[in-house]
Write a protein that binds this ligand. Structure first.
Ligand code: HEM
Length: 238
């Protein structure tokens, strides 16, 4: 695959930044869909079903997303190895290592955590059956909603999700700043604003995502039948 890698380190950084930006778009769109979880089983399953109905297009989109994800990781590993040989990599605005933020220093840790998270996440929900015992809530089969709801009855699973969402937030925080830096937008004039914007954006993303495992965990353990909007999995309505 090395024939796909440009010679210039700054060009590699630019491709990492652009592929990262596409992944951020996905994370935001996915969050919007996931938040329908709060509206109950019918709405959440209806949303998932609508996506399934777009299948040929969705397959193409998922394939492109997969390629972008792999390319983003491959180039990052490539860059880390090259950086060890050739230093320093020229940013449009250079930063000293003392100025590197917490999220920046954690980049090589949060990246692999997100990779492991996505593999396990796909096994949890995408490549698992959306029918059967795992989807049953209060005696009713609730499809994908039931699967997600029941999975968060486990404290370990919920904490793993919360931990991973924090890793996603930290990765986004630095990723966003790095994007602006790579394209030279991170000047001293806008630097402060862009830094704040990246921080607030990633905190919002993390907090919004973690509401789902927290809500589902507490609903599982402390919710009563009235609070749990179970609905009935009515295929004809989807
Ligand atoms: C509380 C957090 C999350 C929940 C409850 C959640 C839920 C889900 C569910 C239910 C699916 C299966 C959709 C289907 O089969 O129709 C899915 C798929 C997927 N999720 Fe998540 N997700 C979460 C966070 C994330 C994050 C942060 C990422 C990326 C970093 C992510 C990446 C993906 C990918 C790549 C897929 C497969 C593609 C797709 O079906 O759209 N998820 N997620």
């Amino acid at each position: 695959m090395s024939f796909l890698v440009p010679k210039s380190l700054i060009r590699i950084k630019q491709i990492i930044a652009v592929t990262g930006l596409f992944l951020i778009f996905f994370v935001v769109a996915h969050l919007a869909g996931n938040l329908t979880f709060f509206a109950g089983a019918d709405v959440f399953n209806g949303y998932a079903k609508k996506l399934q109905n777009m299948r040929p297009f969705l397959n193409f989109f998922e394939f492109v997303l997969f390629l972008i994800f792999i390319f983003h990781m491959y180039l990052t590993v490539f860059l880390i190895i090259r950086k060890r040989k050739v230093r320093p990599v020229k940013y449009s605005v250079q930063k000293s290592s003392a100025q590197r933020s917490f999220s920046s220093r954690l980049m090589t840790l949060t990246g692999p955590i997100i990779f492991i998270y996505i593999v396990l996440h796909l096994l949890d929900y995408t490549f698992s059956s959306h029918e059967g015992q795992a989807t049953v809530v209060n005696g009713k089969s609730l499809g994908l909603y039931g699967l997600v709801f029941n999975s968060f009855s486990s404290l370990r699973h919920s904490l793993w999700y919360i931990f991973s969402m924090v890793a996603v937030g930290l990765h986004l925080d630095h990723g966003f700043q790095s994007f602006f830096q790579t394209f030279g937008i991170y000047s001293s004039k806008y630097g402060g604003f862009l830094k704040k914007f990246s921080r607030i954006f990633s905190i919002c993303i993390t907090l919004s995502y973690v509401t789902i495992p927290i809500y589902a965990y507490f609903l599982n353990h402390y919710g009563n039948d009235q609070v749990i909007k179970v609905g009935v999995l009515d295929e004809s309505k989807l």
